[in-house]
Every structure is written in C-alpha cells, then in structure tokens.
Design a protein around this ligand. Structure first.
Ligand SMILES: [Zn+2]
Ligand SMILES: [Zn+2]
Length: 233
C-alpha cells in the first residue's frame, strides 16, 4: 500500500524533496512519504490520534462537533510543520499538488461527499499572503476525487485576530459568526454533503464554526479533510 502511494508522487523532474531536500523527480520523495506519512488510527470524528481504529474519542462522545467526521493525512509535527509553514507563508505553492495527493490518499475510497469547499481566508489575510492555500489543496483533491469544488461559497468577511495567540474560549468567541455563506451560492449547498478542506486542524474551533455556518445555510452534513492534525486539542 505504502509503495503504491509513494510511487504516485513521481510526477515532476527535477525537483527537490520538501522534507529531505534530496533532488529527484517529485516535491515529496517516496521515501519521506513512506517514512513520515504512514497511516495512523484516529478518532473518526475529530482526527485526534487514538489507539484503536474506528473509534470516537471521549471529547467527541461528550460534546459531538458540528462536523460528522475528520480525515487527516499526517500529524502536525516534524517534518510537516516546516513543509506546511513554507507552503502557507513562503510561496511554496509548487508543493500544492504533492500535498493534495497526500490528503487524497488518506481519504476513504468512497467518502460520501457531494461538494468540496476550502476553509476561507479573510480578504486581509489573502492580501498578506497572495494565495489561498486551502483552496489550492481543495481544488486539487476535488479533481483527484472527480468532485465539484467551489471557492466562494463560504466566506470569512471579517478578519479575526491570529488564532494561535488566543486561548480556547477566546478562539470560540473570536470565530463566532466569522463565517457566512454567500447568498448567491446558497442554492448549491441545499441538502449537500460537504467536505471542508484545511491545511491544519488544531483545536477544531475553526472547523466547528465553519461547519455550523454551512449547516445553518442548508447543507446536509459536513466532514473535514485536513492535511495535518495537532496531537492534542
Ligand atoms: Zn524526501
Ligand atoms: Zn474526537
């Protein structure tokens, strides 16, 4: 399985591996994918690491999140933290195809999704960064899955303070109503099963608020497709 996944990363030449810096034919070399992106058992609902497959963690049992499940490819730690930081903040958009494939291979064969959307950036954050990293992954994963994707359905009209600087309660307050559905695209969502794509899930607060906005607007259910999950919420 792993070698089949790893072989899938042969696509560009020449290219330097984003993890080990070896020159080769792809943005992530097969050795690094096999070594650092091995499948792991996680909470089906929120993606946190669990000892057993097919289980739901205590947090999700006590307080089920708005999203029905989370699929993620890797842990947010060495070496992916550095790769994702470069992808987000250092113009390494050339890694988008390889990262999208990594996520694609972590998804179930039939994910029960009708429409793929990215977690949106605010206009201010987009202006700072110049590109929407979640959309760059979302549209590629959707293409690999032969699913439709839309970049403007879910909006983030207001800039919110950097989430990393805030505590859990502050994050929730900060994000409440931070997301809204564009009324022009509301019809697209009705009764649809949505996959929301993001690069990293940390506390799940962003996922919670974005999912709630989609459900309020008429989506049937929402699942999260995230590249990397932090080890604890
Ligand atoms: Zn490598
Ligand atoms: Zn959980």
């Amino acid at each position: 399985m792993l070698s089949a996944v790893a072989n899938h990363f042969f696509c560009h030449w020449p290219s330097q591996c984003g993890v080990c810096r070896q020159w080769g034919t792809q943005a992530l070399c097969p050795d690094c994918v096999a070594r650092f992106a091995a499948p792991s058992t996680r909470c089906m609902r929120c993606g946190l690491r669990l000892g057993l497959a097919g289980m739901v963690c205590g947090n999700c049992l006590r307080e089920p999140p708005a999203f029905v499940k989370t699929c993620c490819a890797v842990d947010y730690g060495f070496p992916w933290d550095r790769v994702i930081t470069a992808f987000k903040f250092e113009d390494r958009l050339d890694w988008a195809p390889a990262l999208a494939k990594l996520l694609h291979h972590a998804l179930p064969a039939a994910p029960e999704v009708d429409l793929v959307l990215p977690i949106p950036l605010s206009a201010q954050r987009l202006a700072e960064r110049g590109y929407k990293q979640a959309w760059e992954m979302a549209r590629r994963v959707a293409a690999l899955r032969r699913l439709p994707a839309h970049q403007d359905c879910l909006l983030r009209p207001w800039d919110t303070a950097h989430q990393a600087d805030l505590g859990r309660r502050e994050r929730q307050l900060n994000l409440r109503r931070a997301f809204m559905v564009d009324t022009r695209h509301r019809a697209l969502l009705q009764g649809q099963r949505i996959a929301l794509v993001d690069d990293v899930m940390t506390t799940g607060t962003t996922a919670q608020e974005a999912s709630s906005a989609l459900l309020r607007a008429g989506a049937q259910n929402v699942q999260m497709w995230v590249l990397a999950r932090t080890e604890s919420a």
